[in-house]
Ligand binder design. Sequence first.
Ligand code: G
Ligand code: MN
Length: 284
Amino acid sequence: MTRRANEKLIGALRRAIGDQQLHMLYQPKVDLADGRLVRVEALVRWEDRELGTVEPSRFVPLAEEHGLIDDLTQWGLRTILRQWLDWREQGIDTQIAFNISALSLQHLDFPDLVERMCRALEVPTERLVLELTEGATQPLVKLMDTLTRFRIKGIGLAIDDFGTGYSSLMQLRQLPFTEVKIDQAFVADASQTSDCRLIIKAISDLAHGLGLTATAEGIETAEQLRLVREVGCDVGQGYLISPPIGPEALAPWKQAFTAQWRKLIADEPLALRRDVEADALGER
Ligand code: G
Ligand code: MN
């Protein structure tokens, strides 16, 4: 893109952060044992009147480059914390996962700011999970101090898109993560190649060995759902379960999905359907 086009985009982004042109969608993640909602991932969307839909993959790097990332992060945090309160009013007590730029984590006082925001709105810090992707230039190990501060405050930490890019096994061991999100590329090919199934299982076993939750991203088919359940992933996310949805759609989704879950796993081998069996035995 030309410099001029970029400048126009940055100006528009600066205004958008101020006046409601950004909004959040939320994609449910469910417990793969019983289909229950465990958390949602907040995904920022930008509809500009002139520019149309601008993808986060385009505007987040620009925001980082031009000093807007902290404003964007704070707008996002305020939005999701208020949303949490709204859902709790409706009787939904879920965790919210928030994608965070490694740049925002360079400030050592950032965990305190997040804690203050949670406290001001009376949202328990345990309801918040931060998702981090390792950038090419910024090994996450450098952020050890900030990440440790978040953990001490009870905030969860997920490593996103694990298995592609630069994520190394050493970081998993050294950093205080609570969750590993297996990159959707592996899940996408899981039905075709046994290599991908093997990799998903290996990451999932590794996560469990280190005491972390293994989440499979990008589940689009019932076959992929079966495969990730079979290899022992704990949490699932993807279009099959739900695309990212507006906040008002969460309650209706939750109701509909419980019924759908039974159908989704109906053809699976019985060994995988412990929850259904337990139900039949009246144990739940
Ligand atoms: O990097 P991260 O895992 O945060 O990216 C999440 C992105 O993946 C979102 O933009 C979301 O819309 C997209 N996504 C979510 N579920 C699926 C899926 O099942 N298939 C594909 N192709 N994309 C998905
Ligand atoms: Mn993510």
